[in-house]
Design a protein around this ligand. Structure first.
Ligand SMILES: Nc1ncnc2c1ncn2[C@@H]1O[C@H](COP(=O)(O)OP(=O)(O)O)[C@@H](O)[C@H]1O
Ligand SMILES: [Mg+2]
Length: 146
């Protein structure tokens, strides 16, 4: 699955629900769906809030999703915005370049917590790609699509 959406705050819920809908193919539990939604929401919100200075129709976010081996979901969230100077620092808990607004600096930490792994590829002036993976079926809750 590949989709391109303008980096508007109001598109965040569509993005997270679209990826959750895609993931239903792997029969996730409600808890796994919520983990995926939270992680996608954080990555998309970062693209909206940090990557671009203002909401413009040409500022795009590209979201791809794939399923490997029937049960491993991979989601990438890419923007073409300002990029991150120091990725290692940005990934630290409580690190934020927008203190005071409602940012907690916990976005990357939440993605790492709710998914199995996360890579962040970024270059100043070029943009950022966050790739996250989660194996579905790791816990024994109620299947949505069993
Ligand atoms: N897509 C992005 N483009 C540019 N900078 C980003 C992006 N995502 C994250 N960052 C940088 O990484 C920092 C940490 O992100 P995060 O952990 O989500 O915390 P928060 O969003 O609350 O600041 C942000 O403050 C910002 O400086
Ligand atoms: Mg964030």
């Amino acid at each position: 699955m590949k989709m391109l959406i303008p980096a508007y705050g109001k598109n965040e819920s569509f993005a997270r629900n679209a990826v959750a809908g895609f993931a239903v193919e792997c029969a996730p539990t409600v808890s796994e769906i919520n983990d995926i939604k939270t992680a996608v929401s954080e990555a998309v919100t970062n693209a909206v809030v940090h990557a671009y200075e203002e909401e413009r129709a040409e500022n795009m976010i590209e979201i791809c999703a794939d399923i490997d081996s029937g049960n491993t979901l991979t989601v990438s969230v890419r923007d073409f915005g300002c990029g991150i100077e120091d990725v290692a620092a940005a990934r630290e808990p409580f690190f934020t370049t927008k203190p005071g607004e409602e940012r907690s600096g916990m976005g990357f930490t939440m993605i790492e917590t709710f998914m199995d792994d996360m890579t962040v590829d970024s270059a100043p002036g070029k943009g950022t790609t966050v790739v996250m993976r989660k194996r579905i079926g790791g816990d024994a809750g109620t299947r949505r699509n069993a």
